[in-house]
Write a protein that binds this ligand. Sequence first.
Ligand code: HEC
Length: 122
Amino acid sequence: MMILKPSTTQFLLLCGILAGLAALPTHAMTVHAMTRAQKIEAGATLYQTKGCGYCHGKTATGTAKGPSLAHLGWWHWRGSRLAKQINNGGQKMPAFGDSLTRDEVSELVTWLRSHPAAKTHN
Ligand code: HEC
């Protein structure tokens, strides 16, 4: 019968952890492989398909139901705060945290910060 010394057990555990880590980058890499331009494009599509435009307007310049988002630049609000609003909603805005992945929220934020009007209004 083979008895594993602690060092052998630790070694095998380490191998397991390393093997697990090695499997991770596949997903992480696909995310990081997205260029900023691709994120902006994905964000613009999400904005249309998730119905943000219903309240914020087709080009995000606002309607009676929701304020303009066109003025938001990276200097206006930190990305995490924008993501929080999208995830949790606000007073009149519904929460989207359940219907968007983290990557999708990040794509929306990237798109909002890159809005053409953000560059001219600030
Ligand atoms: C039902 C209407 C409605 C929908 C749909 C909606 N919003 Fe909003 N949103 C609002 C309102 C109203 C506010 C103002 C704060 C509040 O009352 O929540 C707001 C605020 C925001 C803000 C903060 C802007 C600021 O300057 O305070 C962001 C960012 C935002 N919305 C993004 C989005 C995105 C992205 C989507 C789509 C995933 C979306 N909203 C969908 C109504 C809506």
